[in-house]
Design a protein around this ligand. Structure first.
Ligand code: NAP
Length: 249
Protein backbone atom coordinates (compact mmCIF):
# COMPACT_ATOMS: atom_id res chain seq x y z
CA UNK A 1 0.00 0.00 0.00
CA UNK A 2 1.28 3.49 -0.88
CA UNK A 3 0.05 6.46 1.18
CA UNK A 4 0.64 10.06 0.09
CA UNK A 5 0.64 12.52 2.99
CA UNK A 6 0.25 16.18 2.10
CA UNK A 7 2.27 17.64 4.93
CA UNK A 8 3.98 20.67 6.37
CA UNK A 9 2.68 20.15 9.92
CA UNK A 10 3.77 18.45 13.15
CA UNK A 11 0.86 16.02 12.79
CA UNK A 12 1.90 15.05 9.26
CA UNK A 13 5.39 14.15 10.52
CA UNK A 14 3.91 12.19 13.44
CA UNK A 15 1.68 10.25 11.04
CA UNK A 16 4.58 9.42 8.70
CA UNK A 17 6.54 8.14 11.71
CA UNK A 18 3.60 5.94 12.75
CA UNK A 19 3.04 4.46 9.28
CA UNK A 20 6.39 4.06 7.64
CA UNK A 21 7.18 0.65 9.21
CA UNK A 22 4.02 -0.95 7.83
CA UNK A 23 3.17 0.82 4.55
CA UNK A 24 5.00 2.82 1.92
CA UNK A 25 4.68 6.51 2.81
CA UNK A 26 5.53 9.55 0.72
CA UNK A 27 5.27 12.95 2.39
CA UNK A 28 4.79 16.01 0.23
CA UNK A 29 5.93 19.50 1.22
CA UNK A 30 5.11 22.74 -0.58
CA UNK A 31 8.70 24.01 -0.37
CA UNK A 32 7.80 27.30 1.32
CA UNK A 33 10.27 26.94 4.21
CA UNK A 34 13.99 27.15 3.40
CA UNK A 35 15.07 24.41 5.85
CA UNK A 36 11.95 22.34 6.62
CA UNK A 37 11.77 19.70 9.35
CA UNK A 38 11.70 16.52 7.31
CA UNK A 39 9.48 13.53 8.12
CA UNK A 40 10.79 9.95 8.05
CA UNK A 41 10.22 8.01 4.83
CA UNK A 42 10.16 9.27 1.27
CA UNK A 43 9.74 13.02 0.76
CA UNK A 44 8.92 15.06 -2.32
CA UNK A 45 9.03 18.87 -2.34
CA UNK A 46 7.17 21.43 -4.46
CA UNK A 47 3.70 22.00 -5.92
CA UNK A 48 2.07 19.38 -8.14
CA UNK A 49 0.72 21.87 -10.69
CA UNK A 50 -2.89 22.10 -9.54
CA UNK A 51 -5.54 19.38 -9.43
CA UNK A 52 -4.46 17.79 -12.74
CA UNK A 53 -0.85 17.56 -11.59
CA UNK A 54 -1.88 15.93 -8.34
CA UNK A 55 -4.10 13.42 -10.16
CA UNK A 56 -1.21 12.61 -12.47
CA UNK A 57 1.20 12.12 -9.53
CA UNK A 58 -1.27 9.89 -7.67
CA UNK A 59 -1.75 7.70 -10.74
CA UNK A 60 1.93 7.59 -11.76
CA UNK A 61 3.02 6.56 -8.24
CA UNK A 62 0.17 4.10 -7.62
CA UNK A 63 -1.08 5.92 -4.53
CA UNK A 64 -3.75 3.93 -2.65
CA UNK A 65 -4.77 6.53 -0.08
CA UNK A 66 -4.33 10.27 0.30
CA UNK A 67 -4.07 12.13 3.60
CA UNK A 68 -4.44 15.88 3.68
CA UNK A 69 -2.41 16.70 6.78
CA UNK A 70 -1.69 20.27 5.70
CA UNK A 71 -2.13 23.29 7.95
CA UNK A 72 -5.80 24.16 8.69
CA UNK A 73 -5.33 27.42 6.74
CA UNK A 74 -3.79 25.83 3.62
CA UNK A 75 -7.10 25.99 1.77
CA UNK A 76 -6.05 25.65 -1.86
CA UNK A 77 -4.18 22.37 -1.48
CA UNK A 78 -7.04 20.95 0.61
CA UNK A 79 -9.57 21.67 -2.12
CA UNK A 80 -7.16 20.38 -4.76
CA UNK A 81 -6.78 17.16 -2.75
CA UNK A 82 -10.55 16.70 -2.55
CA UNK A 83 -10.99 17.14 -6.31
CA UNK A 84 -7.96 15.00 -7.18
CA UNK A 85 -9.06 12.17 -4.88
CA UNK A 86 -12.52 12.15 -6.46
CA UNK A 87 -11.04 12.15 -9.98
CA UNK A 88 -8.48 9.43 -9.29
CA UNK A 89 -10.91 7.38 -7.14
CA UNK A 90 -8.52 7.35 -4.21
CA UNK A 91 -9.83 7.56 -0.62
CA UNK A 92 -9.02 10.84 1.14
CA UNK A 93 -8.82 11.70 4.83
CA UNK A 94 -8.20 15.15 6.30
CA UNK A 95 -6.03 15.20 9.42
CA UNK A 96 -6.89 18.39 11.32
CA UNK A 97 -5.77 19.15 14.84
CA UNK A 98 -8.71 20.60 16.81
CA UNK A 99 -9.03 24.38 16.96
CA UNK A 100 -8.36 26.35 20.14
CA UNK A 101 -11.18 27.02 22.60
CA UNK A 102 -11.26 30.21 24.71
CA UNK A 103 -10.88 29.80 28.49
CA UNK A 104 -12.21 31.97 31.32
CA UNK A 105 -10.45 35.32 31.26
CA UNK A 106 -9.70 35.28 27.52
CA UNK A 107 -10.60 38.39 25.49
CA UNK A 108 -10.86 36.95 21.97
CA UNK A 109 -12.08 38.87 18.94
CA UNK A 110 -12.98 36.29 16.27
CA UNK A 111 -12.67 37.42 12.63
CA UNK A 112 -13.04 35.64 9.30
CA UNK A 113 -9.99 36.85 7.39
CA UNK A 114 -6.64 38.61 7.71
CA UNK A 115 -8.24 41.74 6.21
CA UNK A 116 -10.89 41.71 8.93
CA UNK A 117 -8.16 41.13 11.52
CA UNK A 118 -6.35 44.26 10.28
CA UNK A 119 -9.54 46.33 10.67
CA UNK A 120 -10.24 44.85 14.13
CA UNK A 121 -6.99 46.35 15.46
CA UNK A 122 -8.43 49.88 15.65
CA UNK A 123 -8.75 50.95 19.26
CA UNK A 124 -6.81 47.97 20.65
CA UNK A 125 -3.48 49.76 21.10
CA UNK A 126 -0.36 50.60 19.10
CA UNK A 127 1.85 47.55 19.65
CA UNK A 128 0.73 44.43 17.79
CA UNK A 129 2.22 40.93 18.01
CA UNK A 130 1.41 39.39 14.62
CA UNK A 131 1.78 35.59 14.46
CA UNK A 132 -0.17 34.77 11.31
CA UNK A 133 2.94 33.88 9.28
CA UNK A 134 4.96 35.72 6.70
CA UNK A 135 2.42 35.20 3.92
CA UNK A 136 -0.51 37.60 4.05
CA UNK A 137 1.29 40.55 5.66
CA UNK A 138 -0.07 42.70 2.82
CA UNK A 139 -3.42 42.77 4.64
CA UNK A 140 -1.73 44.83 7.39
CA UNK A 141 0.48 46.96 5.12
CA UNK A 142 -1.50 50.19 5.42
CA UNK A 143 -2.00 49.96 9.19
CA UNK A 144 -0.42 52.70 11.33
CA UNK A 145 0.34 50.44 14.34
CA UNK A 146 3.80 49.03 15.23
CA UNK A 147 4.05 45.29 14.48
CA UNK A 148 6.23 42.55 15.91
CA UNK A 149 6.08 39.91 13.15
CA UNK A 150 7.22 36.41 14.13
CA UNK A 151 7.87 33.97 11.31
CA UNK A 152 10.12 31.03 10.38
CA UNK A 153 11.62 32.72 7.30
CA UNK A 154 11.97 36.45 6.64
CA UNK A 155 8.82 38.12 5.27
CA UNK A 156 8.85 40.18 2.10
CA UNK A 157 7.07 43.47 1.37
CA UNK A 158 4.39 44.67 1.29
CA UNK A 159 4.25 44.86 5.08
CA UNK A 160 3.44 47.58 7.64
CA UNK A 161 5.82 50.56 7.68
CA UNK A 162 6.56 50.08 11.40
CA UNK A 163 7.59 46.42 11.58
CA UNK A 164 10.15 44.50 13.60
CA UNK A 165 10.76 40.92 12.45
CA UNK A 166 11.52 38.09 14.86
CA UNK A 167 12.69 34.92 13.10
CA UNK A 168 11.73 31.92 15.22
CA UNK A 169 10.01 28.55 14.98
CA UNK A 170 7.87 26.80 17.63
CA UNK A 171 7.34 25.06 19.93
CA UNK A 172 7.28 28.08 22.23
CA UNK A 173 7.20 28.08 26.04
CA UNK A 174 4.83 29.98 28.32
CA UNK A 175 7.76 31.61 30.07
CA UNK A 176 9.22 32.73 26.74
CA UNK A 177 5.90 34.12 25.52
CA UNK A 178 5.31 36.02 28.79
CA UNK A 179 8.75 37.56 28.52
CA UNK A 180 8.22 38.49 24.85
CA UNK A 181 4.88 40.24 25.48
CA UNK A 182 6.35 42.21 28.38
CA UNK A 183 9.65 43.11 26.66
CA UNK A 184 7.90 44.52 23.59
CA UNK A 185 5.03 46.15 25.52
CA UNK A 186 2.49 44.27 23.40
CA UNK A 187 -1.09 45.64 23.43
CA UNK A 188 -2.78 43.08 21.16
CA UNK A 189 -2.03 39.65 19.69
CA UNK A 190 -3.16 38.47 16.24
CA UNK A 191 -3.26 34.74 15.49
CA UNK A 192 -4.90 32.21 13.22
CA UNK A 193 -6.85 29.46 14.99
CA UNK A 194 -4.11 27.00 14.12
CA UNK A 195 -4.72 24.74 17.13
CA UNK A 196 -2.11 22.46 18.67
CA UNK A 197 0.19 22.76 21.66
CA UNK A 198 3.31 24.11 19.96
CA UNK A 199 2.05 27.69 19.56
CA UNK A 200 -0.68 27.77 22.25
CA UNK A 201 1.41 29.32 25.10
CA UNK A 202 1.01 32.80 23.52
CA UNK A 203 -2.74 32.53 24.24
CA UNK A 204 -2.13 31.76 27.92
CA UNK A 205 0.42 34.56 28.16
CA UNK A 206 -2.07 37.01 26.57
CA UNK A 207 -4.82 35.90 28.99
CA UNK A 208 -2.53 36.41 31.99
CA UNK A 209 -1.53 39.87 30.77
CA UNK A 210 -5.13 40.89 29.94
CA UNK A 211 -4.20 41.36 26.27
CA UNK A 212 -6.95 41.03 23.63
CA UNK A 213 -6.44 38.40 20.92
CA UNK A 214 -7.72 38.79 17.37
CA UNK A 215 -8.36 35.21 16.23
CA UNK A 216 -8.79 34.39 12.53
CA UNK A 217 -11.33 31.57 12.18
CA UNK A 218 -10.50 28.47 10.12
CA UNK A 219 -11.75 27.88 6.61
CA UNK A 220 -13.95 24.77 6.31
CA UNK A 221 -12.66 21.33 5.33
CA UNK A 222 -13.98 20.50 1.82
CA UNK A 223 -17.45 18.99 1.97
CA UNK A 224 -17.69 15.22 2.28
CA UNK A 225 -14.07 14.68 3.36
CA UNK A 226 -13.82 12.65 6.59
CA UNK A 227 -11.70 14.24 9.33
CA UNK A 228 -9.33 12.70 11.88
CA UNK A 229 -8.26 14.82 14.85
CA UNK A 230 -5.01 13.01 15.66
CA UNK A 231 -2.24 11.08 13.89
CA UNK A 232 -3.39 7.98 15.84
CA UNK A 233 -6.90 8.25 14.36
CA UNK A 234 -5.49 8.81 10.89
CA UNK A 235 -3.21 5.75 11.24
CA UNK A 236 -6.22 3.63 12.23
CA UNK A 237 -8.04 4.86 9.10
CA UNK A 238 -5.02 3.84 6.96
CA UNK A 239 -4.94 0.40 8.58
CA UNK A 240 -8.64 0.05 7.71
CA UNK A 241 -7.88 0.89 4.08
CA UNK A 242 -4.94 -1.52 4.00
CA UNK A 243 -7.34 -4.31 4.87
CA UNK A 244 -9.91 -3.23 2.25
CA UNK A 245 -9.49 -3.84 -1.51
CA UNK A 246 -8.09 -0.83 -3.41
CA UNK A 247 -10.77 1.21 -5.23
CA UNK A 248 -8.17 2.84 -7.51
CA UNK A 249 -8.88 2.75 -11.26
P1 NAP B 1 -2.11 26.65 -0.09
O1 NAP B 1 -2.35 28.09 -0.27
O2 NAP B 1 -3.25 25.78 0.27
O3 NAP B 1 -1.45 26.01 -1.39
C1 NAP B 1 -0.91 26.77 -2.45
C2 NAP B 1 -0.19 25.83 -3.39
O4 NAP B 1 0.98 25.32 -2.76
C3 NAP B 1 -1.00 24.60 -3.75
O5 NAP B 1 -1.91 24.86 -4.78
C4 NAP B 1 0.11 23.62 -4.11
O6 NAP B 1 0.64 23.91 -5.39
C5 NAP B 1 1.20 23.96 -3.13
N1 NAP B 1 1.15 23.13 -1.92
C6 NAP B 1 0.61 23.44 -0.70
N2 NAP B 1 0.84 22.47 0.18
C7 NAP B 1 1.52 21.50 -0.50
C8 NAP B 1 2.07 20.26 -0.12
N3 NAP B 1 1.96 19.79 1.15
N4 NAP B 1 2.72 19.53 -1.07
C9 NAP B 1 2.85 20.00 -2.32
N5 NAP B 1 2.37 21.19 -2.74
C10 NAP B 1 1.72 21.93 -1.83
O7 NAP B 1 -0.96 26.43 0.99
P2 NAP B 1 -0.17 27.48 1.94
O8 NAP B 1 -1.14 28.07 2.89
O9 NAP B 1 0.68 28.35 1.07
O10 NAP B 1 0.74 26.46 2.76
C11 NAP B 1 1.82 25.80 2.11
C12 NAP B 1 2.31 24.68 3.00
O11 NAP B 1 2.76 25.22 4.24
C13 NAP B 1 1.25 23.66 3.31
O12 NAP B 1 1.76 22.38 2.99
C14 NAP B 1 0.95 23.80 4.79
O13 NAP B 1 0.76 22.56 5.44
C15 NAP B 1 2.17 24.54 5.32
N6 NAP B 1 1.83 25.52 6.35
C16 NAP B 1 0.90 26.49 6.07
C17 NAP B 1 0.55 27.41 7.05
C18 NAP B 1 -0.52 28.47 6.81
O14 NAP B 1 -0.80 29.25 7.75
N7 NAP B 1 -1.15 28.53 5.63
C19 NAP B 1 1.18 27.34 8.29
C20 NAP B 1 2.13 26.34 8.54
C21 NAP B 1 2.44 25.45 7.55
P3 NAP B 1 0.15 23.15 -6.72
O15 NAP B 1 -1.21 23.70 -7.02
O16 NAP B 1 1.20 23.49 -7.72
O17 NAP B 1 0.09 21.68 -6.38
Amino acid sequence: MHVLILGGTTEARALAARLHDTVRVTSSLAGRVAAPRLPVGEVRIGGFGGVDGLVEWVRAHAVDALIDATHPFAQTISFNAARAAATAHVPLLALRRPGWVPAAGDDWRPVSSLEEAARALDGLGDRVFLTTGRMGLAAFADRPQWFLVRSVDAPEPPMPARTEVLLDRGPFTLEGERELLARHGIDVLVTKDSGGAATAPKLTAAREAGIPVVVVRRPPVPQGVPVAATPEEAAAWVRGRAEAPSPRT
